[in-house]
Design a binder for this molecule. Structure first.
Ligand SMILES: [Zn+2]
Length: 89
């Protein structure tokens, strides 16, 4: 029997491993532009976050998201993430 491995990624906020599709992917491309990846297929360096406002706030506070992506994240991106999380519920 083939065991299908469910891809898991670490949340930038709570640092817990979660199923990839339950997370939001933030991606930095070669041009150093940060965007939110809704398809999960954008090329570049990615960081993940739970669809949870507490995790987002933690990621902002600790600056872990920008550290993970090795760039600065604009407020615009944080706002978009917030919208995304709040609209999810
Ligand atoms: Zn989390």
């Amino acid at each position: 029997m083939v065991v299908k491995k469910i891809p898991q990624r670490m949340c930038t906020g709570c640092m817990e491993m979660k199923i990839k599709k339950e997370l939001i992917r933030v991606v930095k491309n070669k041009e150093d532009e940060v965007s939110i990846d809704f398809t999960g297929k954008k090329p570049g360096r990615g960081a993940y976050i739970c669809k949870d406002i507490a995790c987002l706030e933690k990621a902002i506070k600790t600056r872990r998201l920008s550290k993970n992506l090795e760039t600065t994240i604009s407020d615009e991106i944080y706002e978009k993430l917030k919208d995304e999380i709040l609209n999810e519920k």
